[in-house]
Design a protein around this ligand. Structure first.
Ligand SMILES: *Cc1c(COP(=O)(O)O)cnc(C)c1O
Length: 494
């Protein structure tokens, strides 16, 4: 990093604010609170503003450019969501307030539950889980509780998971104490029904399926797979992080899913990653609804605050697995997701249609330049191989070079079943011009791979930091300023 850091602007005696003369007597700090030496930078207001603006510009975000990070759904987050979340009546609530004083907030949560029920086709929804992966854990604990109530808790210990599932799926199942059984995919990228059939017995707790799967494909064997597992007494967990492809088109609840999480921070446009916390509400079918984590919001018919207006209150599902989070979930995220759904209204389906169209358009433009391992109509994302025949170029080199062209790289090396995988999710919020520019960059990179492979292997060339040691960059972060000479990262992870 060549830019000066804030400490390097420091000039003795320079200041950003001028404090008025104190109008109270000075009191010395107690012993032990004083430091002889406190080396803070002495800078003006404009130095500080420029320092932080420069730092922010070194970062890459969805407000800065195209961010086709597969499976993460980095769509644009409309600013009206932020305006609504900042309304004082929402922003200044306290979780211990009496329900009578927060009827507006409870109404919003109630209606969000109702919208999600409708979108997913479920009997009930709990907004509690704080992320998709926490929704998974909660859903699997519900499945376990269900089997336990039927006297089969000890026997049903297997969770069947296709190899095209998201990585959190096996992790959540193992964390909930189940044995993970890997089910291979067939040649078209669907769950292999013969392999599934072999595992279907009285020890199955359930099937955990990501649909569309991480290849971006809608599983053509889905209904048959669900039926097989139901017939052996197992339940179906749906990973609904990819609802961006399905909204208004099909309902997982109607297809036989028993429990599913939504990712509000993906499908419903609330910021995530460095930008904010998420939320992973879960929907449940009739038989699993009593086990949902609580509390959830319901209408109390016996009470009113204002005539003709329902009274909203917290209730506990009958056989709830309990709380999975302090208080009531990420309320600020609920406001943003609710706003997003209301802004689209009955046209929410167009979001999914455009997401699928954009992905297929980009796939069509890249086909013939990069190998496509499972080449059929995709949903919201697709996977290509980051290989150029006859060159040493790998997926990583292509991703790094994309940064020089001003784009965030796609997801690399996932799913694991595709060598040199590049998983691309353009989302619906990008214009044809952006998709064309990205496709053109990918085409030029393929050309460069043949003409000047070293240039790719050393990329990126134009970013604030060059190519990093991926493992050390994540494990040996240097988070504190130290004066030059530049600090050497510790070799041991901290
Ligand atoms: C993102 C994602 C998850 C995990 O969600 P988090 O909110 O990041 O915990 C699970 N499954 C799929 C398919 C995903 O894309």
């Amino acid at each position: 990093m060549t830019e000066p850091l804030i400490f390097e602007y420091s000039v003795p005696g320079r200041r950003g604010v001028e404090l008025p003369e104190p109008d109270v007597p000075e009191t010395p700090l107690p012993e032990g609170f004083q430091r002889a030496d406190l080396p803070l930078p002495e800078v003006s207001e404009v130095d500080v503003v420029r320092h932080f603006l420069r730092l922010s510009q070194m970062n890459y975000g969805v407000d800065k450019g195209f961010y086709p990070l597969g499976s993460c759904t980095m769509k644009y987050n409309p600013k009206i969501n932020e305006e609504m979340a900042r309304l004082p009546g929402f922003a200044h609530l306290h979780p211990y307030q009496d329900p009578e004083t927060v009827q507006g907030a409870l109404a919003l949560m109630y209606h969000l539950q109702e919208f999600l029920k409708e979108i997913g086709g479920f009997a009930a929804v709990s907004l509690q889980p704080a992320a998709g992966s926490q929704g998974e854990l909660a859903g699997i604990l519900m499945i376990r509780a269900y089997h336990r109530d039927r006297g089969e808790g000890k026997k049903r210990i297997k969770m069947l998971i296709p190899d095209s599932a998201h990585g959190t799926n096996p992790a959540s199942s193992a964390m909930a104490g189940l044995q993970v059984v890997n089910i291979p995919s067939d040649r078209r990228g669907n769950i292999d029904l013969d392999a599934l059939r072999k595992e279907c017995d009285e020890t199955v707790a359930g099937l955990m399926i990501t649909n569309p799967n991480t290849l971006g494909l809608f599983d053509e064997n889905l209904l048959e797979a669900i039926d097989l597992v139901h017939r052996c007494g197992g339940l179906i967990y749906g990973d609904g992080a990819n609802m961006n492809a399905l909204m208004g088109i099909c309902k997982p609840g109607a297809m036989g899913f028993d429990v599913m999480h939504y990712n509000l921070h993906k499908t419903f446009s609330t910021p995530h990653g460095g930008g904010g916390p998420g939320a992973g509400p879960i929907g449940a079918s009739e038989r699993l609804a009593p086990y949902l984590p609580g509390p959830i919001v319901a209408i109390d018919r016996e009470r009113t605050v204002r005539p003709d207006e329902p009274f909203y209150t917290f209730v506990w599902p009958e056989r709830s697995i309990g709380r999975v989070r302090a208080f009531h979930g990420h309320f600020g995220v609920f406001v943003r997701a609710y706003t997003y759904i209301r802004m689209h209204g009955p046209r929410l389906r167009e979001v999914s249609e455009a997401a699928v169209l954009n992905a297929n358009y980009l796939l069509a433009r890249l086909r013939g330049i990069y190998p496509v391992p499972y080449d059929r109509l995709c949903k919201h994302e697709f996977v290509i191989m980051g290989k150029i025949p006859g060159t040493p170029i790998r997926a990583l080199d292509i991703s790094k070079r994309l940064m020089d062209y001003g784009f965030h790289p796609p997801t690399n090396y996932f799913p694991l079943i595709v060598p040199e995988a590049l998983m691309i999710e353009p989302t619906e919020t990008e214009s044809k011009a952006t998709l064309d520019a990205f496709a053109e960059a990918m085409r030029r990179i393929a050309e460069e791979a043949r003409e000047d492979p070293e240039r790719l292997q050393q990329a990126p060339h134009t970013t604030p930091v060059r190519r990093l040691d991926e493992a050390r960059a994540a494990r040996s972060l240097v988070l504190r300023y130290a004066p030059a000479p530049a600090p050497q990262p510790a070799s041991e992870p901290r």
